[in-house]
Design a protein around this ligand. Structure first.
Ligand code: NAP
Length: 326
C-alpha cells in the first residue's frame, strides 16, 4: 500500500520522537519541520529509517516555506507548544493561537485528510491561566477554519525523555525539602507518551467522530502522590512541605526570571485546577483507546539512575552479588 505523508510541526520534542517512531513503523512517511536542523536534525533523523523521514528547517511563521510542504501532505500534526513565554515572538498567543490557526487554514486550502492538534487538558476550567486561554483560543480558531480537525487534550505526558518525571527526580534527589503547592491535592491522570502516540496513530489512520478528545492515563494521582511515588522509586526520604500561596507566588516571581524557569506565576495558577476529564468531551477510553501504562511501573524502568549508585542500586547489578559470583 502506498505510504501516506504526514507533516509534523514540533516533532523534535518528547511526543514527537515517540510519534515519528510509531508512524514510520506503520508505513507513514513523515516530514518534520524544525527551527534548527543543526541542533535537532540528528535526534529527529535517528527516529526512523532514512526513506521514511524528511527534515525541513523553517520558522513556523514563514508561510511561503511551510505552505509548499502542504501540497505533498495527507495529514498534518501540530505538537508545537511552550510552557512559559520568552522574549520577542515566543508568546502564548503566537505559539498556541496564531500558529495553529495558520496551520488549520493551510489544511483547508490544501484539502488535507486530517489535522491533529495537541492541546492540553483542563483549559476550559483554568480561566486565569494565560497558557490555558491561548490554547483554548487556538482550538476555537482551528475548528472555525478546518472543522475536520481533531483536537487532543492530554493530561501530563510522561516518558523516559520527559521534562516532568525526570526533572522532579533530579530536584527531589537534590533538595532536602520539597514544596507542595495547594497542599499537593491537585489531581492528574498522567498518560504515557507511547499510549498517547498510539491514540494519535489510530485517529490519524481511522479518523474519529469527536472533534475534541481528552486523553488520560489509567489512574488518578494527586501531586503529592506523584512525588511520593518518585521518592519511593529513587529511595529517598524528603520533607514534602505545604507551601502557603503567598510564598509560592513570591518564589514563582523569582523562578520565572531564570532562563529555564522551574515555576512561573502562570504555571502556579494552572496548578490550582485538577487535570482530569471535564465530562463534557469524550475521553480516549470512550472511543475505545484506553491507556495501558501505569506511572509507577514505567518510571521504575529509568528511575534507578537517580538513586545513589545508579544501576548498581538494582538487584541485578548489586556489587555484592557481582563480587560473590566472581
Ligand atoms: N508534555 C506534556 O506533559 C504535555 C501535556 C499536555 C499538552 N502537551 C502539549 O503537547 C505538545 C507537545 O508536547 P511535548 O512534550 O512533545 O513538547 P516539547 O518536548 O517541549 O516539544 C515541543 C516542540 O515545539 C517546538 N517549539 C517550541 N517552541 C517553538 C517555537 N518558538 N517555534 C517553533 N517551534 C517551537 C520545538 O520544535 P523545534 O525545536 O524542533 O523547532 C519542540 O520540539 C505541546 O503543544 C504541549 O503543550 C504536552
Amino acid at each position: 500500500m502506498k505510504a501516506k505523508n504526514c507533516l509534523i510541526f514540533g516533532g523534535s520534542g518528547q511526543i514527537g520522537s515517540f510519534l515519528i517512531r510509531k508512524l514510520t513503523k506503520n508505513n507513514v512517511r513523515v516530514t518534520v519541520v524544525t527551527r534548527n536542523v543543526h541542533q535537532k536534525g540528528l535526534k529527529i533523523k535517528t527516529q526512523a529509517n532514512a526513506g521514511y523521514i524528511n527534515i525541513v528547517e523553517a520558522n513556523i511563521f514563514d508561510e511561503g516555506k511551510i505552505e509548499k510542504l502542504f501540497s505533498e501532505a495527507d495529514y498534518c500534526i501540530n505538537l508545537v507548544g511552550i510552557l512559559y513565554e520568552k522574549k520577542r515572538g515566543n508568546t502564548f498567543k503566537n505559539i498556541h493561537t496564531i500558529f495553529p490557526t495558520l496551520l488549520a487554514k493551510l489544511c483547508k486550502k490544501h484539502t488535507l485528510e486530517n489535522f491533529i492538534h495537541v492541546s492540553a487538558l483542563g483549559i476550559n476550567e483554568a480561566i486565569d491561566s494565560n497558557y490555558a486561554i491561548s490554547k483554548l483560543e487556538g482550538e476555537k480558531k482551528i475548528l472555525d477554519n478546518f472543522p475536520k480537525s481533531i483536537i487532543l487534550r492530554p493530561s501530563i505526558v510522561f516518558s523516559n525523555s520527559d521534562n516532568f518525571s525526570t526533572q522532579f527526580m533530579t530536584l527531589l534527589s537534590r533538595l532536602p525539602i520539597f514544596p507542595l503547592y495547594y497542599s499537593g491535592k491537585t489531581k492528574f491522570m498522567p498518560i504515557h507518551c507511547s499510549d498517547l502516540t498510539d491514540i494519535i496513530y489510530q485517529i490519524i489512520s481511522q479518523g474519529s467522530d469527536s472533534q475534541i478528545i481528552e486523553c488520560v492515563g489509567p489512574e488518578t494521582l494527586t501531586f503529592k502522590e506523584i512525588l511520593e511515588i518518585l521518592l519511593n522509586l529513587i529511595n529517598k526520604k524528603r520533607l514534602l512541605l505545604p507551601m502557603p500561596l503567598a510564598i509560592a507566588r513570591l518564589s514563582a516571581k523569582f523562578f520565572q526570571l531564570l532562563p529555564k524557569p522551574l515555576l512561573t506565576e502562570d504555571q502556579l495558577r494552572l496548578l490550582k485546577y485538577d487535570n482530569i476529564p471535564s465530562g463534557k468531551y469524550k475521553t480516549n477510553s470512550d472511543i475505545g483507546l484506553p491507556s495501558k501504562l501505569y506511572f509507577k511501573d514505567q518510571v521504575k524502568k529509568y528511575s534507578y539512575m537517580w538513586r545513589d549508585g545508579g544501576e548498581f542500586s538494582t538487584e541485578k547489578y548489586n556489587l555484592k552479588n557481582i563480587e560473590k559470583k566472581n
